[in-house]
Design a protein around this ligand. Structure first.
Ligand code: CAA
Length: 249
């Protein structure tokens, strides 16, 4: 079955994994819109120019996905310009790593609202249209650290584990309506997020990965492309690990 060209929205679209996802979906023929965090407008414009130089026409739109109002406003604008979102990739995420002893309320709240509440904020305004059209693909980008926990990431692990809870529940509500909802749980990926870790900590973690390397963003994007395709219609509520063997269960 051929995959049709669909409207795809990627939050965190200009980030390390998000960029590869946007490229992949655009190369597949979808009309991709990349959502970025508004203070990063200059970065987003440079990103868009870089994509254009690759031959990819990818519109960008700013929104603070930790805000329901701003997310709803953004979804309304995307719908007005390109039509209802049919493929949604919830990829926006941040880290505020610190041991729990040092974990402050601000670092907890920032990660929970950006990494978890965002899934509600962005998906809710899209959901009714997906129900009405009888088609939808929702792909939530979680993390191996939501599956196994990680020293220094109580906030991040909680948010990422919560994201898969969201997937499992929403998958049941979408199943009879043509909407699939799945999670992808990447391990450590070559992005600015992992580059920001202390070198010794990062190297120690890579040494524990059976494949002895980090993932390339394209290795995550390939699975997003697979789940977004029309052919993946019978996969829902799944959590697909892409972690080089770091966590096998
Ligand atoms: N298990 C048990 N003990 C550990 C440990 C671990 N994994 N890591 C560190 N410790 C111990 C240390 O040995 C040290 O012990 P002593 O006090 O007895 O010497 C103590 O805990 C403090 O460790 P640090 O020196 O690391 O503490 P710090 O305050 O300098 O740094 C931290 C804390 C910033 C959280 C740092 O430990 C860290 O960066 N950890 C890794 C967090 C991580 O994996 N982040 C992933 C970011 S990328 C991402 O999130 C993408 C994704 O989805 C995978």
């Amino acid at each position: 079955m051929a995959t049709e060209s669909r409207v795809a929205l990627v939050t965190g679209g200009i980030g390390g994994i998000g960029t590869a996802i946007c490229q992949r979906l655009a190369q597949t023929g979808h009309r991709v819109v990349a959502c970025y965090y508004p203070p990063e407008k200059d970065l987003a414009e440079a990103w868009q120019a870089a994509r254009a130089a690759e031959g990819l026409d990818i519109p960008i739109i700013g929104a603070d996905v930790s805000s329901f109002e701003d997310s709803a406003r953004m979804i309304g604008e995307v719908k007005g310009q390109y039509g209802p979102v049919e493929i949604l990739v919830n990829c926006a995420g941040i880290t505020r790593d610190k041991t729990f002893k040092r974990m402050d309320e601000g670092s907890w709240a920032a990660v929970i609202s950006t990494n978890l509440n965002s899934a509600f904020n962005v998906t809710r305004p899209i959901w009714d249209d997906m129900l009405e059209r009888g088609f939808g693909r929702i792909i939530n980008i979680s993390s191996v650290n939501g599956q196994r926990g990680q020293f220094g990431q109580t906030n991040y692990s909680a948010a990422k584990a919560g994201l898969h809870g969201f997937t499992m529940a929403l998958a049941q509500e979408g199943a009879a309506k043509g909407i699939t909802v799945n999670t992808i749980s990447p391990g450590y990926v070559e992005t600015a997020m992992t580059a920001a870790m202390r070198d010794d900590v990062r190297e120690a973690i890579i040494a524990t990965v059976p494949m002895r390397r980090m993932a390339k963003p394209e290795e995550i994007a390939a699975v997003v492309g697979f789940l977004a395709a029309d052919d993946a219609a019978y996969i829902t509520g799944a959590n697909i690990p892409i972690n080089g063997g770091l966590f096998i269960h």
